[in-house]
Ligand binder design. Structure first.
Ligand code: NAP
Length: 496
């Protein structure tokens, strides 16, 4: 049963204005007082949680995963109703969410993430003795997490940011996304149940529902918040990033702001596999109505008959795709506005795509020469949804110019065959400078949650190119190294 309230440090709190979800259920809209209460409780909780054992936190994470699974049917039911995502997608995403929680439990038990270092004392060293030095990664303190609209489970209330922060030992305050407040509340109920059952300090987790920017603004400016995890638009992410930087004490803002995720087709691959790559691209573009941050919005290929075959195959596959429901009306409106921006370009040619209305999205395909794409800034930006642009380069030099011109990306993909190897070797160093993940002969949608994953990249793909928001390395966002010099062993953190 939904309360329509916020979970603030173990208590379900309402009051104030209300907003309606897509299913017409009403939710209390958070206020500055809710934020202050949640952050204060989180700071109090840090006094114990920040020094909890890895075993205690691993148990907490595994039990949250179990509790979410136990409530899986209800979560799927409300999740599909709120987001329009199909049942199979919600169930798959739940598996990913609980899998992430369990992966972090295993990860912290192994302990490598602590990066323990020890330089023993050298009392007889000349000319100066060396003190005893030990280093370890320590949790930051209370962390703010923004639930993402496009992953109501895996990047939301108990998603990757929350799992990584709890694993690190940081209390979490989630600003729920108004696209799925009921889903968020059910997941928060699961976390609350585990916190109560394990006797964990209730300030370790709070969820504040909201449909406006006040809660998020207050949260990132609160002096006790030590870091922020965010997935969303460039405009919102940049505004929040700037607020974090302008604080009297700036804090890190780990924003994942999307990308166009370009694919580059080298000549032999295009000659040998144009149809297969075109069909696969269409599948990747339309997966989840194109609402993935790794959606490959641009394909760069040498102009000629192979490019034409590639485009025809993509067009045929896209024509077979039925209209899909987008996450919110606002996102569907933004998709149409983005498609119109491309259509308004004097040089882009519309290859296919029917008009759409309401929350529906239909795939749209355009083509443009690389020479024009290089000149036209509006064509270089992400359109969130199933829209693809084929960029045709006159030769490999121009294809390299496109690679040099692209902004920071989450992913870049190379399609190449054996005969392309030397050209792939020449292109790879350019792509590596642009993206957090470089792929060969695949499609970037479907992000593996594992030790080696990097889901980030140079700005604007992310606001912090040294970090990832997916995979075990993402725990590093919520830790900082502390060096202990000549501190007696009895006073050191247990881990040392
Ligand atoms: P959004 O507009 O970026 O909003 C994300 C979160 O930030 C929401 O909780 C929102 O609060 C809050 N927010 C927005 N502007 C803010 C501001 N100026 N100050 C403080 N908080 C602010 O993303 P969205 O609503 O999910 O979708 C809109 C567009 O974002 C999409 O069309 C797409 O282009 C992009 N997007 C990108 C990704 C990605 O993968 N990087 C994922 C999702 C969406 P309220 O909603 O409560 O106002």
């Amino acid at each position: 049963m939904l309360t329509g309230n916020h979970l603030i440090a173990g208590t379900w709190v309402g009051g104030g204005a209300r907003f309606a979800s897509a299913t017409a259920q009403e939710f209390s809209a958070g206020t500055a007082d809710h934020v202050d209460a949640a952050v204060q409780a989180a700071e109090e909780a840090f006094a114990s949680f920040g020094w909890s054992t890895r075993t205690e936190r691993a148990t907490l994470l595994r039990r949250i995963a179990d509790e979410i699974d136990a409530r899986g049917a209800d979560i799927t039911q409300i999740g599909t109703a709120e987001t329009g995502l199909p049942t199979a997608r919600l169930e798959g995403e739940r598996g990913r969410t609980t899998g992430q929680l369990r992966l972090f439990a295993d990860h912290i038990e192994q302990g490598d993430y602590l990066d323990r270092r020890h330089d023993p004392a050298l009392p007889n060293r000349a000319p100066l003795p060396r003190p005893e030095l030990r280093m370890i990664q320590r949790p930051l303190g209370p962390v703010a997490v923004f639930g993402a609209s496009n992953f109501p489970l895996a990047f939301s209330v108990a998603g990757g940011d929350t799992a990584a922060a709890l694993a690190a030992g940081c209390p979490v305050i989630v600003k729920g996304h108004p696209a799925h407040p009921g889903t968020g509340e059910l997941v928060a109920q699961a976390i609350d149940a585990v916190i109560q059952a394990t006797g964990t300090h209730p300030g370790v987790f709070s969820l504040i529902q909201s449909d406006g920017i006040e809660v998020g603004t207050r949260l990132v400016q609160h002096p006790l918040i030590r870091a922020v995890g965010f997935t969303g638009s460039l405009a919102a992410g940049r505004a929040l990033f700037d607020l974090c930087a302008q604080r009297p004490e700036p804090i890190p803002f780990f924003g994942e702001l999307g990308a166009v995720n370009p694919m580059f087709l080298l000549p032999a691959a295009a000659a040998n596999r144009a149809e297969d790559i075109g069909t696969g691209w269409a599948g990747s573009l339309t997966m989840g109505a194109g609402q993935f941050c790794t959606n490959p919005g641009i394909a760069v290929v040498l102009a000629g008959p192979d490019a034409a075959r590639f485009g025809e195959a993509a067009q045929a596959a896209l024509a077979d795709t039925a209209p899909q429901t987008m996450l919110t009306e606002g996102i569907a409106d933004a998709y149409r506005a983005g498609a119109q921006r491309v259509a308004d370009s004097p040089s882009a040619q519309h290859l296919m795509g029917q008009p759409c209305s309401g929350r529906e999205a239909t795939p749209q395909l355009f083509t443009v020469s690389a020479a024009d794409w290089l000149q036209e800034n509006p064509l270089q930006h992400e359109v969130f949804g199933p829209l693809g642009i084929i960029v045709t380069a006159s030769d490999l030099t121009e294809l390299h110019e496109v690679a040099r011109k692209i902004d920071g990306q989450l992913t870049c993909t190379l399609h190449f065959d054996a005969a392309d190897t030397s050209q792939a070797a020449a292109l790879l160093p350019l792509l590596e400078r642009k993206a957090g993940r470089v792929l060969a002969n695949g499609f970037p949608t479907g992000v593996e949650v594992c030790d080696s994953m990097v889901h980030g990249g140079p700005y604007p793909a992310s606001t912090n190119f040294g970090a990832t928001s997916v995979g075990t390395l993402s725990i590093r966002r919520f830790l900082r190294p502390v060096c202990y010099q000549n501190i007696p062993v009895s006073l050191l953190p247990e881990e040392l």
